[in-house]
Design a protein around this ligand. Structure first.
Ligand code: 4LI
Ligand code: NI
Length: 183
């Protein structure tokens, strides 16, 4: 199973490189890696397993964060409306997005960053993502709010981008934002 010692931290060159496309059909190894990434998110959100293995809670994980330089992400999030979104994907791509932007009111955290980085991260309010699911179905999904933010954060990892690269000082304080009470 994946634990925090498998999660590489800022400064590691893999976090700054562009990850490679996964060839479909995926190898058994790639599928197993993706399955373990989703298992990590479940374990990290379960108080018992998180405590037992010392896991920091996360709602998204990208393969480069475990030093696998391939385009795979896992997202497990209970959104601000209480709906569960569980996605394990190969080669996710944002194919369209809103003009409207949003942000997490309390900023973003990352399992690869062991410090609090203050500041707001502007994100598209709505995105459409095309990808191959872990079951190898071509999917197209429309996402908004917190789920859309997590996807953008994870897809950024596939392109060597960290959330703090996008922090802006002059942010519109009246912009609609996602409150920190989403859990
Ligand atoms: C416990 C059990 C306050 C500070 C509020 C915690 C189960 C920050 C928010 C969680 C912040 C769960 C989260 C992300 C933020 C902050 C990620 C708690 C886990 C909130 C997820 C990828 C950014 C995602 C909302 C610096 C590890 N997650 N909080 N950002 N939660 N969590 N991100 N921001 N300020 N990061 O971190 O998984 S997108 Cl589910
Ligand atoms: Ni991250």
């Amino acid at each position: 199973m994946i634990t925090m010692k498998d999660v590489i931290k800022e400064g590691h060159p893999t976090l700054r490189s562009v990850a490679k496309e996964v060839e479909i059909p995926a190898s058994k190894e790639d599928k197993e890696t993706l399955r373990k990434m989703m298992e990590f998110l479940h374990n990290s959100q379960n108080p018992e397993t998180a405590e037992k293995y010392g896991l920091r809670p996360g709602i998204g994980l990208a393969a480069p964060q475990i030093n696998v330089n391939k385009r795979m992400i896992a997202v497990l999030v209970n959104d601000e409306n209480g709906n569960l979104h569980e996605y394990a994907l190969y080669n996710p791509k944002i194919v369209s997005h809103s003009v409207e932007m949003t942000q997490l009111e309390n900023g973003e955290g990352c399992l690869s960053v062991d410090r609090d980085v203050p500041g707001l991260v502007p994100r598209y309010a709505r995105i459409t993502v095309q990808a191959t699911s872990i079951d190898e179905e071509e999917i197209s999904i429309r996402l908004k709010g917190l789920t859309a933010i997590v996807f953008q954060h994870e897809i950024d990892h596939l392109n060597g981008i960290m959330f703090y690269d996008r922090i802006v000082e002059n942010n519109d304080p009246f912009k609609k934002s996602i409150p920190s009470s989403f859990k």
